[in-house]
Design a protein. Structure first.
Length: 53
């Protein structure tokens, strides 16, 4: 019974995997989301101006 309570080393992501995921998010994903959202905002303003002026 006690062996079921001990944590298993392979049950979760390792520190190296967590670091790689963090780097992928901070270097690749978030800049793409930021540039895309600013671009979408600018596009929406541009389309609004085209349709209303």
């Amino acid at each position: 019974m006690m062996s079921n309570l001990t944590p298993n080393a392979s049950s979760g992501p390792t520190r190296r995997a967590e670091t790689l995921i963090f780097l992928a998010l901070s270097i690749l994903v978030w800049p793409i989301i930021a540039i895309g959202s600013v671009g979408a905002y600018g596009f929406s303003i541009w389309m609004y101006q085209i349709l209303t002026h």
